[in-house]
Write a protein that binds this ligand. Structure first.
Ligand SMILES: *[C@@H]1O[C@H](CO)[C@@H](O)[C@H](O)[C@H]1NC(C)=O
Ligand SMILES: *[C@@H]1O[C@H](CO)[C@@H](O)[C@H](O)[C@H]1NC(C)=O
Length: 294
């Protein structure tokens, strides 16, 4: 790993690199995270996080996206350690969401990271909100409301199917809730879930039933067509990690169903009925179509 130490040292002056070299540099870092997440994060994440914090101050949008992708991958392959090691960076990410970062690609990356954090550990997410609330003298609920509103509003900026499904799972994880701020945003949350259901639900031509096409099973080997290369070791590692990723292991359809049921059980039928009335009737119909058969 001596080579890696040298690389890490170079990262510190990455802002002086050409953008092409910088991209290569980040590719190597990402490959190492996939190769050996725990080892890598324990040894290098602290230094990396420090230089990232500096880098993010003065870097192009493209550079910002590269930096944030490293954090996103770390959170994906090693949720607990990733969140712990890159914690100093996370308030800036949340700030970027609340402030409505104007570049769609950067915003999408912010939301990808926020989604991972929220879905993986809601109390960690709350502690970030609390920290931010005290720094900017705002109420925690007000901040939470702003985050959700911005998320729903900017969902169109997220083009990656993975992040779109993750966004729905993350926002759904706020349910069931008695918090009036979350209930106020219920309509928006349902809207983006239905959008994501449109993305992921595909018809299985063999059985004629609809299923979440992002679900992966360890029993299903990916089918290879004749002109495809066999998977590399790196591909195989990524696949094994994906099996643990909620995006590929949780059925969105099932998750939506369970969360709405839980909200109904919490509020009672009548109040839940009123809450559902805040959602556009056409969206409710689409939702019912997707949930049919559960
Ligand atoms: C979740 O976050 C809380 C608060 O930061 C922390 O104490 C706890 O260890 C975290 N749990 C996991 C499983 O990461
Ligand atoms: C990003 O989201 C905003 C707000 O919804 C929208 O006006 C803008 O067109 C979106 N841009 C892209 C590239 O998706």
């Amino acid at each position: 790993m001596l080579g890696l130490s040298v690389l890490m040292w170079n990262i510190c002056s990455v802002s002086e690199l050409s953008s092409e070299n910088m991209r290569t540099c980040f590719q190597i870092v990402n490959a190492y995270i996939y190769l050996s997440a725990t080892d890598f994060l324990q040894n290098y994440a602290e230094g990396l996080c420090r230089s990232f914090c500096e880098l993010l101050q003065d870097i192009t949008n493209e550079g910002q996206v590269q930096v944030l992708k490293v954090v996103e991958i770390a959170l994906k392959v090693s949720p607990i350690l990733g969140a712990h090691m890159f914690q100093p960076l996370l308030p800036a990410v949340l700030r970027g969401v609340v402030d409505g970062e104007k570049y769609p690609v950067v915003m999408s990356t912010y939301l990808g990271i926020t989604g991972r954090v929220l879905l993986q550990n809601s109390s960690f997410f709350s502690s970030l909100l609390t920290q931010m609330a005290s720094e900017c003298n705002q109420g925690i609920d007000q901040l939470l409301g702003n985050v959700i509103e911005m998320w729903v509003d900017r969902m169109d900026n997220i083009t990656q199917p993975e992040r779109r499904k993750l966004s729905s799972l993350a926002l759904l994880s706020l349910l069931p809730s008695e918090n009036s701020v979350i209930q106020d945003k219920f309509c928006g949350i349902v809207n983006i879930c239905v959008e994501a259901l449109h993305d992921v639900m595909t018809e299985d031509s063999d059985t004629g039933t609809f299923r979440d096409c992002m679900l992966m099973s360890q029993f299903e080997e990916p089918k290879l067509s004749d002109d495809e290369e066999p998977p590399t070791e790196q591909d195989k590692r990524k696949r094994l990690m994906a099996l643990e990723d909620p995006v590929h292991s949780v059925s969105l359809q099932q998750f939506v169903y369970e969360k709405l049921k839980a909200q109904q059980a919490l509020m009672g039928d009548q109040a839940f009925g009123l809450l559902m009335e805040t959602v556009d009737t056409e969206i409710v119909q689409q939702l019912q179509q997707f949930l049919r058969g559960l």
